[in-house]
Each structure stands twice: as structure tokens, then as C-alpha cells.
Design a protein. Structure first.
Length: 81
């Protein structure tokens, strides 16, 4: 795992990209905290390839074709008016 400061990553962007392709994700920090990650295009595509669209996601849920709600046949209470 390589860590680059923002200024260094700016000045050596080509090297950061090559490192991401050959050695894996490159983390970029600002003031000591991680702010961004540079990935190779193959890693990015593998992460985003299996994401279903909303329709597929909703249709892949549990089937509720025979879903029945038992109802109480109680008519309520008598009210004196």
C-alpha cells in the first residue's frame, strides 16, 4: 500500500498511475488523513461490474406471491351514544 501526499501526487501523477497499474491501489492523503484512492482501470471495472441496476435489485428480492395477512374478525366494541 503506497501513500502519497497531495502535492507529491500532483507533481508525480504519471508515476502514481503506473504504480496503481503495477502494484495496486495508491492512497492520497491531505494533512495525514486519507482523501482519495487511485486504482487501475481493471480493478475499478471489477469493482463496478457486478452492480445490478435498480430494477434487477428489486426483482431479486423475496417472492411474496402467496402473502396473506390474517385478519381479526372482531367487529369492535359497542358505543353508547
Amino acid at each position: 500500500m503506497a501513500v502519497w501526499q497531495v502535492q507529491e501526487a500532483k507533481t508525480r501523477l504519471s508515476e502514481v498511475i503506473e504504480e496503481a497499474n503495477s502494484k495496486g491501489p495508491q492512497f492520497i492523503t491531505r494533512h495525514g488523513s486519507e482523501r482519495a484512492v487511485i486504482l487501475s482501470i481493471t480493478e475499478y471495472r471489477s469493482l463496478t461490474a457486478h452492480k445490478p441496476n435498480l430494477r434487477e435489485y428489486l426483482l431479486s428480492g423475496p417472492k411474496v406471491d402467496s402473502f396473506e395477512v390474517p385478519r381479526d374478525r372482531d367487529t369492535g366494541r359497542k358505543v353508547n351514544l
